[in-house]
Design a protein around this ligand. Structure first.
Ligand code: UT7
Length: 333
């Protein structure tokens, strides 16, 4: 296998206009702003319009990433969309985006991997670039989680929001061990799958009247168990990823964790010994947007002008599966 570096050449994100605040949620379920902020750090989240589907969010983020990369849709060889809330089972969301973008030459497939989806997408893109198979891959993650939210379940409905982020991964020059997407560690713990799931809607249990009555077509979560797995798992996978990149924790300039809960981020950062100023946090504004969360955070820190060429960025995700995934990215050409 020939090896050449895979670098991020453009990023973009999009969140819907409508804001749902904690005060709004107080009108919907038995909760308080004080509980939500103290248990999660979330203050508000974005809600897609009724006629806005996941592909619409993903399309907007993709256009911004392409523009940032200075590429035309026709330059893209593969579109990879990570989502657990596709427009339909099929055609898959990446096919829809390929059509709407006018990316005539592109192949397209979806990645269904929960909150680690963006990292899985980058990891997959790197293989196609490293082998010389493709020049540019569009990796996007988009979610309309409010479409699978049970608005009667206060334990989950306060947590999630909608949004999308995208990155263009392109062939670079130089040493693949020192440029662009440096290292990945991806791990699956399927034995914990029951902790976060949509019970009905697949081949195991199609949606029937009974499932609808129980709202089993919506997301169900065992929050406290996931919390413990995340706080233990994130520092472990982060440390392995940093070591695989040949770096130490002190070399990491930015840490972008999956934005599920501020308490998880802070506890994991403490275990990792990462100072607060190196953490990228936006869970307060958007809640948990699953696969989209790290991509949105990456775009935000970039657009704020805080990323400099040569900066090392650690991305660490965890979520449905149970999956853990880490990536170290060296920013810039
Ligand atoms: O995206 C990746 C996967 N997701 C996660 O990683 C989520 C991980 N888990 C968490 O973030 C936290 O476990 C939650 C935020 C989900 C919950 O926080 P917690 O501190 O673990 O609360 P809890 O579930 O242990 O509930 C504590 C109390 C309970 O009341 P009792 O039994 O002590 O009387 C709940 O009924 O808080 C109650 N509660 C609420 N009260 C007000 C649960 N949800 C709410 C709510 N408002 N929205």
């Amino acid at each position: 296998m020939s090896r050449r570096p895979a670098v991020i050449t453009g990023v973009g994100s999009y969140v819907p206009e409508r804001v749902l605040t904690n005060a709004d949620l107080e009108q919907i379920v038995d909760t308080t702003d004080e509980w939500i902020v103290s248990h999660t750090g979330i203050r508000e989240r974005r809600i897609a319009a009724d006629d806005e589907a996941t592909s619409d969010l993903g399309l907007a983020a993709s256009r911004r990433a392409l523009e940032d990369a200075g590429l035309e849709p026709g330059d893209i060889g593969l579109i990879l969309c990570a989502t657990v809330t596709p427009d339909h089972f099929f055609p898959v969301t990446s096919n829809i985006i390929q059509d709407k973008l006018g990316a005539d030459r592109a192949a397209a497939f979806d990645l269904l991997s929960g909150c680690c989806g963006f990292v899985y997408g980058l990891w997959t893109a790197r293989q196609f670039i490293a082998t010389g198979e493709l020049e540019h891959v569009l990796v996007l993650s988009a979610e309309k989680l409010t479409s699978i939210t049970d608005w009667t379940d206060r334990a989950t409905c306060v947590l999630f929001g909608d949004g999308a982020g995208a990155a263009v991964v392109s062939a670079g020059e130089g040493d693949p061990g020192a440029t662009g997407l440096l290292a990945f560690v991806m791990e699956s713990y399927g034995e914990h799958g029951r902790l976060l799931r949509v019970p009905a809607g697949g081949s195991r249990r199609p949606v029937d009247e009974e499932a609808l009555a129980a709202r089993d077509n919506c997301l169900r979560m065992e929050g406290p168990e996931l919390f413990k797995l995340a706080v233990r798992g994130i520092p472990e996978v982060a440390a392995k990823t940093i070591a695989r990149a040949g770096l130490t924790q002190r070399d990491i300039d930015w840490v972008i964790m999956h934005q599920a809960n501020l308490r998880i981020i802070e506890a994991a950062a403490k275990r990792l010994n990462v100072p607060e100023e190196r953490l990228v946090i936006n869970v307060d504004k958007y809640g948990n947007t699953s696969a989209a969360s790290m991509a949105i955070a990456l775009d935000e820190v970039y657009r704020e002008g805080r990323l400099e060429p040569g900066h090392n960025i650690l991305l660490v995700g965890f979520g449905a599966g149970f999956s853990l995934g880490g990536a170290v990215v060296r920013w810039g050409p």
